[in-house]
Design a binder for this molecule. Sequence first.
Ligand SMILES: [Zn+2]
Length: 393
Amino acid sequence: MTEQRTLVGETAQPSPGPATSAGHLLQLLRSNTAGYSRADLLEITGMARSTLYERLDALFAAGLVYESTPLRAQRGRPPRSLRFDDRDKLVVCLEIGHTHAGIHLLSLSREVVASVRIPMEIGNAQEVVVDQVVGEALRLLDGRQPVGAGVGLPAPVDPLHRLGLERTVLAHWDLQLLQEAMESRLDCPVLLENDTRSMAVGEVRGPLDSLVAVKVSTGIGSGIIVRGSLVRGAHGAAGDIGHVRIPEAAGCRCRCGRDGCLAAVASGRALLAAPQFAHYGSLRRLVDAADDDPDVRAAVADAGRVLGRVLAAIVGTLNPGRVAVGGLVGVLPGFLQACRQQILADAFEPSLVDLEIVPADSRKATAVGLCRLVEESLYAPERVEQLLAQRAG
Ligand SMILES: [Zn+2]
């Protein structure tokens, strides 16, 4: 329960305005799950007592702060601490894959309250998918109201500029409409993010972590964290490594329409498209056969090696402390081992010092990442200020 709530994404930048606003006070309280006493806050912020108390009152009234009583009465009265009120606040986290969706309810302390995985077809109309996943989310909520929702999508997502989706599996979707439909059905703010970027955020262990998270399932994507900040790039396409052209894929057609992409040889879709594996019928059945079928094992290792070549370049460029590999294919031991060996063989030694190459926490990382992003967005100082102004007005 002493998780350090780290700042990720855009809100890691200092926001304009006085650092003693109610929004900033809440940010300070959120940064320390043990909370602060009033005396602590006076000392840290240097605010006048009356101003501090007035801002705290507003935060109390909005249900954002509570006062915790010490567990045991000690001699003298120990100061009560003020904490961010993360109790009973639920976040809906939706992982949209190519053939399945994960629907999770998380508390703000990242506890998975309920979780279900359903078959789903990304090629279906957007309304059909929304109906399916939101229907499941509402069933899990069972009447409870979420504070926000995060949706992880298998495509580049740029919340600000509405990046074109023409060459992606979401070519027939409209993200603006998707967000509006989900906000209306769930009755809360909805944040859209790339699924692998969400996974990368879920893999952050400390405020200054630098890591690359890679997901190899039907497609291939990556998410990059540099010193605690999520890298989205100029237009939201950072980390989309599946469509880097590589010599090993020369002449292989990718689903994006080009020849020679990494995903055309190293993705789950590419493995499943090999004629000798057609009888498996689904990626799940193919990866389940990796232990028994030597041909699958060899193909998986080849795919891991090819990905390792591309990752070696990324490791050399960014010098991360950790590479976390997830996804149905990515977590196969034979895949990860081949990938690791190739990174170690190809990357320049200084970028390999203390580098960890590990399986991602694929069960939870994406949902946890979405939950963090939603929390950062909901309780960013400027948004809290807006909320308090609306309440006061
Ligand atoms: Zn491609």
